[in-house]
Write a protein that binds this ligand. Structure first.
Ligand SMILES: [Zn+2]
Length: 279
């Protein structure tokens, strides 16, 4: 049952000002391209300065950046993310995301390999909504095969906004086919939340994250699956304070909060030893 919100106003991170010592890890930030809006979402202005300001305000130690689903030039965005990971060591990491329909399977596989092996990215993204790809189709295989062979998790877009390709049920077979691959559901909105929780309960390689969620379902997921299966996902800099606050109220104590805001991401993205602070 969802707890009374007043129970958590005194928690470690909920100090508005977010002067937390938790070392929060933000797993889902879209780096905008300069002076243009994303082709799918029409979003813009989530530049590195805005992201770093939000991180400093919210006690976020590290953020994992990725292009938006409709970026004009994902290859350039990947290289920008790398540049920022060098400028802010231990604070900025990368997830590679591209549309195989635009660049072809060979170039996609090559870019994924370059991003992980050379640019030290920590994951890949499959965006069935923006790229219009059914996760069960042969066209999607390059994402699952690349992530598995490179040994990084695959974040996947799920939610009501991109149905049918973002139906979480379509990932059940893939999760069973690739038991060693960690699959992260990028969203947990009302329409798919219970299905996502149910699938993650049956398939131990599915992890959940907070974007687009309501607190009651986050609390349900944490209660049923444990905090080790949940991560912070804010989409953009402006979303960080609200997403962190949701997880404060969705957890039952500061030890669970530390897991969802930090420990799960440390393990899933293999970040131990790569942050500024000792893991
Ligand atoms: Zn996103």
């Amino acid at each position: 049952m969802t707890q009374y919100p007043g129970d958590r106003f005194g928690s470690d991170v909920y100090q508005f000002g977010f002067k937390s010592n938790l070392g929060v890890i933000e797993t889902h930030q879209h780096l905008s391209e300069e002076a243009v809006e994303d082709r799918t979402f029409g979003w813009g202005n989530n530049g590195i300065d805005a992201i770093m300001r939000a991180m400093d305000h919210c006690g976020v130690e590290a953020s994992i950046l990725q292009p938006l689903g409709g970026a004009h030039d994902v290859f350039a965005v990947h290289r920008k993310i790398y540049e920022y990971s060098q400028k802010y060591p231990g604070r900025i990491f990368g997830i590679a995301s591209l549309n195989v329909k635009e660049c072809g399977e060979e170039r996609a596989a090559k870019e994924f390999e370059h991003c992980v092996k050379e640019l030290k990215f920590v994951g890949l993204k499959f965006h069935g909504f923006s790229h219009g790809i059914n996760p069960a189709s042969p066209l999607a295989s390059v994402y699952f095969e690349s992530a598995r062979s490179l040994g990084v998790p695959l974040m996947v877009c799920v939610g009501a906004h991109g149905q049918p390709f973002t139906n979480p049920g379509l990932f059940a077979e893939r999760a069973a086919m690739y038991p060693d691959l960690t699959i992260i559901f990028a969203h947990m909105d009302y329409a798919i939340a219970e299905t996502a929780i149910s699938l993650a309960g049956r398939l131990p390689n599915i992890y959940l994250s907070s974007s687009l969620s309501i607190t009651a379902y986050l609390e349900r997921a944490i209660t049923r699956l444990g905090p080790e299966r949940m991560m912070l996902a804010s989409e953009d800099a402006a979303g960080m304070p609200a997403e962190i606050a949701k997880l404060v109220f969705a957890t039952h104590n500061d030890s669970e909060l530390r897991v969802v805001l930090r420990e799960t991401a440390l393990d899933v993205f293999n970040l131990r030893g790569r942050l500024r602070s000792p893991a």
